[in-house]
Design a protein around this ligand. Structure first.
Ligand code: LLP
Length: 421
């Protein structure tokens, strides 16, 4: 459930009609709902009730300061994958003890910054990385809390670009080698082994792969404890999928996911961490765009929008499907017709949807892409010198621009022409 509903025939973000925001900030723009972000975070908290847990928002999905503030204010931790994300989490007021550092290629500088600023744990992904963290922490006289990310060789049955739990993916260490890698970690100075980490992929629409992976992690917990390791925390990653279309079957609910986790960790006496990104932010955001032109092609009609692949890259990058709704609700029984929905960028990949059935639209009409709150704004670029589009946050009838659209001058003035030219 989200808080983007038609009221009196106009699509609203909570209590605010989208045309009002469009008039204020211009199109295209992203808009997020505080109530939906809050609800989605709370769903996970409720689902894990009864088990010591921390829900760490995977802020790669949406790292706007205001969004982080909403979640941090609810008690969320953050899962970060770069020095930049770490700095963003700290800037949003998240204490170091609620920040988990993931990612396959952490640099010395990133490790140092996190150790200086405080960190809940590093999720280590390889032996070389472990060696470097040991060196960095020791040189600072610090001890780095670590989990080791294991690759359980489980097929997440998701898009190949976002599957991470098979042995041919670059992530984690093979679970079959966990025993020796944990022994190495325990022998290195500056590291304190505290748990196990696993993340098998994103947009999983089936609980079975989670079950397989978590069962392996539970078994590994017992084995490593028998080896003398103090495994007290399991980071079970993110990845729970969301409905991208109203017509397909619904992905599993956080409640079912939580029940599965509880089943898998029963009797282990561990603290559970999860790192959801998409489920918290995805359906908490829309991308709102205007129709620039309707162009009649040969055998097809192109709806040319002012949003493009640089603003929302998921359709061209993953062939992802996003529902597109007219902001003015079509009259009951209004006809629909197929459109190729495209942006103005100069490549054919700049296509949001082909043959999408929509009510008749004309130049100036507003449309909203659903499920755009995760991996939307964060993956955008200024390709074709199209300014990053504004982000807007709504809470009830409050509206705020939480990232303004840069001016052309701001964009151009970031470039430096050498004086010797
Ligand atoms: N934890 C780790 C270690 C991850 O790599 C990811 C996502 C997550 C948590 C969060 O997964 P989520 O709950 O959001 O599924 N750009 C792609 C998604 C990439 C996901 C990468 N890792 C997309 O637009 O679909």
């Amino acid at each position: 459930m989200d808080h983007f509903l038609y009221r009196n025939g106009i699509l609203h973000a909570e209590d605010v009609p989208l045309p009002e925001i469009a008039a204020q900030v211009g199109t295209p723009f992203y808009v997020y709902s505080t109530a939906t972000l809050t609800r989605h975070y709370q769903l996970f908290k409720d689902a894990l009730d009864g088990v010591p847990n921390m829900v760490c928002f995977a802020m790669k999905a949406n790292s706007n300061q205001a969004v982080l503030k909403v979640l941090a204010g609810l008690g969320a931790g953050m899962d970060v994958v770069s020095g930049g994300e770490y700095a963003r989490a700290k800037a949003a007021g998240v204490p170091g003890e609620r920040i988990v550092f993931s990612g396959v290629g952490k640099t010395r500088a990133e490790m140092r910054a996190a150790l200086e600023g405080g960190i809940r744990q590093f999720n280590i992904e390889s032996e070389p990385e472990m060696g470097v963290l040991s060196e960095v922490a020791s040189s600072m006289g610090a001890t780095a809390p670590v989990t080791i990310r294991v690759n359980p060789d489980v097929d997440a049955r998701t898009h190949e670009k976002i599957a991470t739990g098979k042995s041919d993916n670059k992530f984690g260490i093979p679970i079959s080698r966990a025993k020796e890698v944990y022994a190495l970690a325990a022998s290195l100075p500056g590291l304190e082994v505290i748990g196990i980490d696993v993340h098998i992929g994103s947009q999983l629409v089936d609980l079975e792969p989670f079950e397989q992976a978590y069962a392996k992690v539970a078994e590994l917990t017992r084995m490593l404890r028998a080896e003398g390791h103090d495994i007290r925390r399991l980071d079970l990653g993110g990845g729970l999928g969301i409905p991208y279309t109203r017509s397909n079957e619904a992905p599993p609910l956080p409640t079912d996911y939580g029940a599965l986790i509880k089943r898998c960790v029963a009797g282990l006496d561990v603290e559970v961490e999860i790192e959801p990104g998409r489920l918290i932010a995805g359906n908490a955001g829309l991308l709102v765009s205007s129709v620039i032109y309707l162009k009649n092609g040969e055998g097809r009609d192109f709806l040319i929008l002012d949003a493009a692949m640089n603003d929302l890259i998921r359709p061209s990058m993953y062939g992802a499907y996003h529902d597109i709704d007219p902001v003015v609700e079509p009259a009951p029984g209004a006809g629909r017709q197929p459109y190729d929905v495209v942006g103005p960028v100069c490549e054919s990949g700049d296509t949001f949807a082909k043959g999408r059935e929509l009510p008749p639209l004309v130049s100036g009409d507003l449309v909203a892409f659903r499920s755009a709150g995760a991996y939307g704004a964060v993956m955008s670029s200024e390709y074709n010198t199209r300014p990053l589009i504004p982000e807007v946050l709504v809470k009830g009838d409050h509206v705020a621009v939480i990232r303004p659209r840069p001016t052309f001058d701001e964009i151009i003035n970031r470039d430096i022409v050498p004086e010797w030219l």
